[in-house]
Design a protein around this ligand. Structure first.
Ligand code: ZN
Length: 89
C-alpha cells in the first residue's frame, strides 16, 4: 500500500533528484549526497519515525477532508443561488 507520505515524497523525489540529493531509504526524504547520514531521521528511533509518518499522513488526510468539505459547501451555495435566481425570474 502506498501511503500519502510516500506519494508526496515521490513527487519531491522527481523534482529534487538532480544529483545533489539522494533519497533516504528509511524515511524516503531527500537529503544532500554530501552528508553521510539523513538529516531527517538519523536522530529518530523507529517508533518516532513511525509517529512522524502517521502525523504526516493524518495532517494530509485532514487537509483533504477540509478541501472536500469546502468544495461541497461551494457547490451547495452555488446551487442555492441558482434556485433563488430561478425563483426570482
Ligand atoms: Zn531519513
Amino acid at each position: 500500500m502506498t501511503s500519502l507520505w510516500d506519494n508526496a515524497f515521490e513527487k519531491q523525489k522527481a523534482i529534487n533528484l538532480d544529483g545533489a540529493l539522494q533519497i533516504c531509504s528509511r524515511c524516503k526524504l531527500p537529503y544532500p549526497k554530501a552528508s553521510k547520514e539523513c538529516s531527517h531521521c538519523t536522530h529518530l528511533s523507529d517508533d518516532e519515525l513511525e509517529q512522524l509518518r502517521q502525523d504526516f499522513n493524518q495532517r494530509n488526510y485532514k487537509k483533504n477532508v477540509q478541501t472536500r468539505l469546502a468544495m461541497i459547501w461551494g457547490l451547495v451555495i452555488v446551487f442555492i443561488l441558482f434556485v433563488i435566481a430561478t425563483l426570482i425570474m
